[in-house]
Design a binder for this molecule. Sequence first.
Ligand SMILES: [Zn+2]
Ligand SMILES: [Zn+2]
Length: 439
Amino acid sequence: MSLLNPDYRSGADYAFLVSRLPPDIQRMHAMGIRNVTLIGFDPTSCVYFWRSIADLAMQKTPAELMGQTATARQLRFYKWIVRGRNDADMGMQLTGHGGTDAARQAASLLPGEEKRGCGHCGWAPAQKEVYSYCAGCVIESQGRRISCMYYCSRKCQEDHWPTHKTFCTTRKKVVRAAHLIQKLMYAIEAAGAQRQVESLEVRDGVTHLHEVPQEELVLRGGPILNPVAQGNASQEAYHAALTGQTCNEIVIVGRQLLNLLIDPYCRHMEVITIVPRNAVNPLGILNASSKLNKECYMMIGAHKVIRLHLASGETLLLDISGAQYGWREPVAPWDKWCRHRAAHVNHANAVHVSDTIENKQRMLASYEQIRGERLRRQMAQRIQSLLSTEAAQRKLPSVLALLGLPGISYNVFEQHVVQAAQQACLQISQSGRTSRRGL
Ligand SMILES: [Zn+2]
Ligand SMILES: [Zn+2]
């Protein structure tokens, strides 16, 4: 297969793309080899190449994307991907014009719960409004019920309880734990990110984050970790900035929290790689002055999530860093989430949550990054002791018992511990800066 589109064989676009080819392939081009088979090439090299095409596509005006040449078609296709591979944006592939923001937003929402019969007797009232549902185990996303147990009457709900109880209480605790962990990870990222954000704006369907290049950070001798302030950014853009490229962090820095709050309800947890779709305003991390990594659109590449096999028999998705795709729910039914959010699920690559990813990451990381990771681990540890204190103050037997608190008390606890975590993390990030100044 030809790596470069035949239409690219001349002109500025061609020169641009050749300059971005992975070094091995560039050498082959220099030798006049034009047809390269991708088999046997390191897939990450290909990702760099795709990123270059994506970058080119994003630089084109809509007028330049029109027409039926192979180049125009290819660039439109990449622009569609970069903007989120969104169902409402499909027209972009034909005309170069995308869907409205509202349509893209709507298409990105997980579908609501399908109309189903009573969870106990199976009777299905004609109107959905007649149903009541179990408030214990409902999973919501952006104000919509995406999964719940319906009942036709109070009696049916009561009669079903002995059967439903285990499923319900397990799910309720896992859903609470997932939301809590997401907020705590946001606290860590907000206080101590491995990047320094220069600006953040939503433009052309993408949340553009300009960062100070890593090389420059090292040269400046700046702090290892940087707080990320919300500034004028919307909540969505801010969370996208916090979660950009952090999908491994949940099993590295967040692992203690996973083990503490989620693992006890699971038979096992796996990390699974997916190719995202139906994103809305996905993140693009851009830094014009870096030689290594000029642009990195989150849609070019894969996303890692966790599949939870609960002891109750249910399979749930856990996605702490979905905000980089404009997704907000940390937990959802696995199958439903995959149908809507994944263009491809790489089940073959599933790995158990263990040290593997951590060790791999550490092999690739710089000395600075490892020092940063150490501080971030301290933050996670401090959060763990905050949770223990909350449990002790309420005379609860364990941290897990916090997840079973009745509604209002739970909300009070959550708000309190998240605030305390934000302060503690900032303090640790600050102490890292001070100690460094003394060096
Ligand atoms: Zn019923
Ligand atoms: Zn329930």
